[in-house]
Design a binder for this molecule. Sequence first.
Ligand code: NIG
Ligand code: FE
Length: 429
Amino acid sequence: MNKNYLYHKNAVIMKNIFIKNIKGLVQVGENLPHRVGGPNAAEVPMIENAFLALEDGCRVVAYGSMDDWDGIDDWRNLEVIDAEGCYVLPAFCDAHTHTVFAKTREGEFVDRINGLSYEEIALKGGGILNSARALSQLTEDELFDISFRRVERIIESGTGALEIKSGYGLSVEAELKILRVIKRIKVKAPIEIKATFLGAHAFPIDYKNDHEGYIDEIISKMLPAIAAEGLADYIDVFCERNYFSIEEMERILEAGKKIGLIPKVHVNQFTTIGGVASAIKSGALSVDHLEELNDKDIAALKGSKCMPTFLPGCSHFLNIPFGKATDLIEENIPFALASDFNPGSTPCYSMSQIWSLACIKMRLTPEQALNAMTLNAAYAMGLEGSHGKIALGLNAPIIMTKPISSMAYIPYSFGENLIQRVFTKPIEE
Ligand code: NIG
Ligand code: FE
């Protein structure tokens, strides 16, 4: 076979999908970098008037320009889609969510409108503790059912890899319940799921004045059980005033690393207490939130392997500053964008919305933001190489938009659902 376009050598196009007349095939190519920053982040490779052939749902077997297309050898079991006017992109990678929760918290939303701050609500026993109380009432099966329904909607919205944290349990039993639910989601969902243990999300009421007691529960009870059942990939700590101090974070991360969990932490949401440098020293794959970021934090990030991850949905919903991503571009530091989907600070999982907020509020171009939600976000989940791009042989979800005038129309038309179809691996019944 001698074709002008890229064709995977071992591919046999059988029950499969051929997408033709694609207006723009985006973030596509062989040997794309694992992360992009600085001036390179302004570029997204695209083939105009393209085709894409997929087998088994989303494995890429061929792509190229329609001008070079010279027919298909085997038309059996082939679904042909005419994507005239549509864009095709790698599905978004959402590297930071709290998708497994029991109940929404719109009461606190109204309390904030009436003048209370997020911190004031938390100090009164609301916030994370409110979610932990609700979660303790549900069985593992009930929690799985509501969470899996959320995951289905998340996939429909264009997310093709999802990180999910525990952290609304805050007891040995309830943290394990959440992590077991995430493990069941991993098995059933047609997308890649990463599990993060966030026992150190807040101090439960019983340990309000006994921080050492709760840290001991985390280290000597939760972590061994997690190791025994293989329940987590990452370990997270909410390092913040009134939550976990730097010293507490360091100890918890060290204990997590001993059982193979890689740090991925919440820092700098409200205050800069030095958590960024300390997390990087602990080997963090990502430092997330960064609504506040000072020169010392930026110096620590520069040249490191850690992926700073901004969460503009949280900034928007809590009415707190947006992360200064453009400062990182000037410093040549790659960064990711994630949703932070959770019932308290960000009740929104739509990465299209995150794309809009990043452009409108963080002054990122559509291309800069897209790199942060695909290539760089895949890196922040340990999925660089397999997700966040379209390349031969990859088996990661892909999205097709509705007909639109340009790629920039997606973040421009904020609030509109422009995802027409999501291609994933076949769904197991
Ligand atoms: O990432 N800040 C810590 N955790 C979550 C919010 C938790 C909640 O309010 O339920 C966040 O914003
Ligand atoms: Fe979060």
